[in-house]
Design a protein around this ligand. Structure first.
Ligand code: SF4
Length: 257
């Protein structure tokens, strides 16, 4: 298997018309994608600041709260992001754009440039804000938030349905990922799965904020066992895939890995 050139030579770099800068809270790798359809794949991550949600169990509030984003984010344009990725150790073919909610930003030019550099680009968003560039990535992972997030479920679900309609009209093939903490979340996943049986669905074991950072494994395994058995006993979830968050198993809640 050939290894892609991570940053094209200047002569082959696509022109980036706008030099708009984005708040980048973290940019790291090589690491592993810990969940969803690319779970287990080596990857680089670019985490953008700003989010329109406030989930009760968010583990990335430093990328959500405006004051924290202002404190921690570095303003980088697409060229600078490419350069930073090019300065990291080589290996992954996959770049994951995450947040916060990366869909708040106009990342079409960055996506095109990274693809021209030989990367696959995945994006993770909650499905509340749609922008056409989302249909141009290699993997659009949409994670509607279940009841345990504390959000308004009906509003969340209706915005999510609009998002999916627009994405699919633009030719996207979204994959669903739902974090599940409890039975109410599983019921939500079942409803979403019933609404969209044609979409690939991944269930991800939730890790509570405040869980033992040093040794979360027993808790994750207990939750994985429950979710696996519960999903297996739910006919509407027969096509779903259940996974723990691999990065939590490997590194606990450490940032930047
Ligand atoms: S959508 Fe994601 S980043 Fe935003 S608050 Fe919820 S868990 Fe945190």
């Amino acid at each position: 298997m050939s290894v892609p050139t991570r940053v094209a030579s200047p002569a082959h770099q696509p022109t980036i018309a706008a030099s708009r800068a984005f708040p980048v809270v973290e940019l790291f790798g090589p690491t592993v994608q810990g969940e969803g359809p690319d779970a287990g794949r080596p990857a680089y991550f670019v985490r953008f600041g700003g989010c329109d949600f406030r989930c009760s169990w968010c583990d990335s509030m430093y990328a959500v709260e405006p004051a924290e984003v202002r404190e921690h984010a570095e303003k980088l344009d697409a060229q600078a992001i490419r350069a930073r990725l090019g300065s990291l150790a080589p290996g992954p073919r996959l770049v994951v754009l995450t947040g916060g909610n990366p869909a708040l930003h106009e990342l079409g030019e960055l996506t095109r440039a990274l693809q021209a550099d030989g990367f696959e680009v995945a994006v993770e968003t909650q499905g509340s804000v749609y922008r056409p560039w989302l249909a141009t990535v290699d993997r659009l992972v949409v994670s509607p938030k279940p009841p345990s997030s504390g959000l308004d479920g009906e509003l969340n679900r209706s915005r999510f349905t609009t998002f999916l309609t627009r994405a699919r009209a633009d030719g996207a093939d979204p994959v669903l990922k739902i974090v599940v903490f409890d039975q109410a979340d599983l019921d939500y996943a079942r409803a979403i799965g019933s609404d969209h049986p044609e979409l690939e669905l991944h269930l991800s074991v939730g890790t509570p904020v405040g869980a033992d950072d040093d040794d979360p494994i027993d808790d994750v395994i207990r939750r994985l066992r429950w979710l696996t058995e519960a999903a297996a006993a739910t006919p509407e979830l027969a096509g779903a895939r259940v996974l723990p968050q691999l990065h939590v198993l490997a590194w606990g809640r450490a940032r930047g890995v």
